[in-house]
Design a protein around this ligand. Structure first.
Ligand SMILES: [Zn+2]
Ligand SMILES: [Zn+2]
Length: 93
């Protein structure tokens, strides 16, 4: 498989989609990348600054809150206040 030249959809720069990379992508059944390495790493970096938020209903006080992780089904979730309270209790014990 020859290297493929792809124009980055974000910065419009042409980048090489190398033979080895192509193999990895095809093995994993992934689509051809649309962004160059730079934009892809930039995107991953900015993703860290804006964490995903999931709405939860506190199991303890019933308040709606957002947590930066996916709550597990069937497991109790706590709002930040109750979570902090339960944690400080643990720390004191
Ligand atoms: Zn780019
Ligand atoms: Zn609560």
């Amino acid at each position: 498989m020859p290297d493929i030249e792809i124009t980055c959809v974000q910065c419009k720069e042409v980048f090489l989609f190398g033979e080895k990379e192509q193999e990895i992508f095809y093995q994993r059944n992934m689509m051809t990348p649309q962004r160059c390495q730079k934009c892809r790493s930039k995107r991953a970096g900015s993703g860290n600054n804006v964490p995903a938020r999931f709405e939860i209903v506190c199991d303890h006080c019933g308040k709606h809150d957002h947590v930066p992780f996916q709550p597990k089904v069937g497991r109790s979730v706590l709002c930040r206040e109750c979570y902090n309270a339960s944690r400080s209790k643990v720390r004191m014990a």
